[in-house]
Design a protein around this ligand. Structure first.
Ligand code: IMP
Length: 225
């Protein structure tokens, strides 16, 4: 992707296998109310793992920008799914005192109520004031990659941002669109298999956003309703 900043020290994403989840080490499952058990297959990524990974990402992001001599970053949060992640990330970056962050929000959607992408990405809330600025785009999950790729060119070409980096908490790399196999995502929290997840800001038909950990949705339950 053109015009990204030069430093890009990748911390590899944590890869989560389809068969396994990483929640054994804390008590998150106890917090899942009984009713919720019917709706979800498994707790997929625990609060502890999310918290640790967010702190890693914050350190990496702060270090990369400050090494590149950039002290002010425009963090653009992709609504609505990335909100919980972004708020934790911005707090963790603040605590490191290396860079300052200006927050902005953009709304983009490629899904309807369904769990498969429509293939079309629409930007429903425009953003201004990023010309000549260093933009860090924060997304909940990269799936086909269409949203991220569309937003990257929106900020670089339409809005004339000086640089653009992408950060996604989750990456469903196996689902990447044919022409986006090489899509460059600078920061990835967890690489996950092809399962539909919710929680920690992500939804299934507007459900589960408030859960502070990530679950796999039991789609059978919903299709039988
Ligand atoms: P993409 O454009 O196909 O990469 O889709 C990205 C968007 O699809 C994300 O910002 C989410 O809103 C949504 N999405 C993709 N996979 C999931 C999932 O497993 N759970 C919840 N939302 C998802």
């Amino acid at each position: 992707m053109k015009k990204t900043t030069e430093t890009n020290s990748q911390t590899m994403p944590i890869v989560i296998p389809k068969s396994g989840s990483i929640h054994e080490d804390d008590k998150t499952t106890d917090l899942v109310r009984e009713e919720l058990h019917r709706l979800i297959d498994q707790v997929f990524i625990s609060r502890t793992h999310i918290k640790n990974r967010v702190n890693d990402l914050a350190s990496q992001i702060s270090a990369d920008y400050s090494k590149a001599g950039i002290s002010k970053v425009h963090m653009i949060v992709v609504l609505k799914g990335a909100t919980m992640f972004a708020m934790d990330l911005v707090r963790a970056i603040y605590d490191l005192h290396e860079i300052s962050v200006k927050l902005g929000y953009i709304k983009a959607s490629s899904y309807g109520r369904d769990t498969t992408t429509s293939g079309k990405v629409s930007i429903t809330e425009e953003i201004d004031g990023v010309q000549g600025k260093h933009v860090l785009l924060v997304e909940d999950i990269a799936d086909t990659g269409l949203t991220l790729s569309r937003l990257k060119s929106y900020f670089l070409k339409n809005k004339k941002a000086e640089s653009l980096k992408g950060c996604a908490l989750l990456d469903k790399k196996v689902r990447r669109h044919e022409r986006l196999k090489e899509l460059d995502i600078d920061y990835i929290g967890f690489e996950i298999p092809d399962v539909f997840v919710a929680g920690y800001g992500l939804d299934y038909a507007e459900l589960f956003r408030e859960i502070p950990f990530i679950v796999v949705v039991n789609e059978e339950y919903f299709s039988n309703r």
